[in-house]
Design a protein around this ligand. Structure first.
Ligand code: NIG
Ligand code: FE
Length: 421
């Protein structure tokens, strides 16, 4: 075996998150960081070669004059963070609606009146692919700066074949042109376009017959906004079953504003994740707990929409539901790329511990993208995606909030970003 390392991080507190590539952390397991004090991580060819106590690693691997050495100075090293729910690929913004919401107009009323998602749809239909790429690259640079190395990216601001395909091509171009890995999700059923307002079933047919077959080639997942006044459980089931027939993995925006049974639908269809889940009832939680569907919670959205209610994370955790956290970064309900801030909200608003939120944005987030075999933990053979935080321990990250603690970001074994702190 070749033991030649091309990069070694030494003198680190390494949160490996090891041992959970097959199944996410649930219940009492959540927050099992697999911490190694005075640890080291060795990398070769963009993959992790060895992880362990520094003395052991030094004996195990070969270092040459060409090996890059990073002395972490006792800092915390974690797997690259994974953001498993974003709408990063979009053009434009909606700060006028922010002002309306500050004056008390509910988010769903803005959408019903043709604003909200439909406002972004107008902006994205008019934008060129290059404009979407340009704006989204800025966001991805910010995300990388926060230590995020894999990001799920949904379409959904087109709602017609041309714009949905333009967005998928933008996601593909972004994936090829900057360090963050993107996971494309087709969300053609994100809102009912104005032109189908009285006829949503006809739009659902169009999504299934016209958009999905084209979009499938460029997508890994299909998602639906299953919600009162948006897509019903039956309509969502139709879209998702058609997507599954085309080989796509499934995700659902479920039970965000009202309890519709979206969580049960996710379990029924074997979805990889059910997301939001603010209003999920006891039955929904029980169903999730007995399934492999990961609950992706988005506390930044609750915070920004000022609804005052958050997903019942602790009840879910106690029931045995696998939890992950994400930004939901989008121009309406959650305009932030900062996953570290979401970790803070996970502690303050969802009642999770710092170790639990770290697991929720690494190994469990990787499970929410069906990628836990290659990312989400620091184990030999996995991608060498990692973050050196300017922090001694995991609690410091959510505790000192609203700022960026990433000191060095390593993607595929290369230092791609150094933040001067
Ligand atoms: O996850 N809930 C539906 N979709 C997004 C919001 C998108 C928007 O407002 O632009 C969400 O919150
Ligand atoms: Fe979303």
């Amino acid at each position: 075996m070749n033991n030649k390392a091309d990069l070694v991080v030494i003198n680190a507190r390494v949160a490996t998150l090891a041992g959970y590539s097959k199944h996410p952390q649930r219940g009492e397991e959540l927050g099992n960081l697999g911490m190694i004090d005075k640890g080291a991580v060795a990398v070769a060819d963009g993959k992790i070669l060895a992880v362990g106590p520094e003395d052991e690693i030094r004996n195990k691997i070969e270092m040459s004059g060409e090996t890059a050495l990073i002395d972490a100075g006792g800092r915390l090293v974690t797997p690259g963070l994974v953001d498993p729910h974003t709408h990063v690929a979009h053009y434009g913004s909606r700060e006028q609606e922010y002002q309306m919401r500050l004056e008390g107009v509910p988010y769903i009323d803005i959408l019903k009146a043709g604003g909200g998602i439909l406002n972004s749809v107008r902006q994205n239909r008019e934008a060129s692919m290059e404009q979407i790429v340009e704006q989204s690259s800025k966001s991805l640079r910010r995300m990388l700066g926060f230590g995020v190395t894999t990001v799920e990216a949904k379409t959904g601001y087109g709602l017609d074949t041309e714009t949905e395909m333009k967005t998928l091509r933008a996601i593909q171009a972004l994936d090829n042109s900057q360090p963050v890995d993107l996971v494309p999700t087709f969300l053609g059923a994100h809102a009912i376009p104005m032109e189908y307002k009285e006829n949503s079933d006809v739009f659902v047919d169009k999504v299934i017959e016209e958009m999905l077959p084209e979009a499938a080639a460029l997508s890994k997942f299909c998602d639906v906004f299953c919600e009162e006044h948006v897509f019903s459980v039956d309509q969502s089931r139709r879209v998702l079953q058609a997507a599954a027939r085309l080989g796509l993995g499934l995700k659902i925006h479920a039970d965000e504003l009202a309890p519709t049974g979206g969580a049960q639908l996710a379990v029924e269809l074997g979805a990889v994740s059910a997301d939001h889940l603010l209003c999920t009832d006891h039955e929904g939680i029980k169903a999730l707990a007995q399934s492999s569907t990961v609950a992706v919670l988005l506390p930044g959205t609750s915070f920004n929409l000022m609804t005052g209610s958050y997903a019942p994370a602790k009840t879910m955790l106690e029931a045995g539901v696998a939890l992950a956290l994400a930004t939901d970064y989008n121009p309406g309900s959650c305009p932030t790329e900062n996953l570290q801030l979401i970790m803070t909200l996970g502690c303050l608003k969802l009642g999770l511990t710092p170790a639990q939120v770290l697991a929720a944005v690494t190994i469990n987030a990787a499970h929410a993208l069906s990628l836990a075999e290659s990312i989400g933990s620091l184990e030999p053979g996995k991608k060498a995606d990692m973050v050196v935080f300017d922090a001694d321990n995991e609690a410091y990250l959510p505790y000192h909030f609203g700022v960026n603690h990433a000191w060095k970001v390593i993607k595929d074994g290369k230092t791609v970003l150094e933040n001067k702190i």
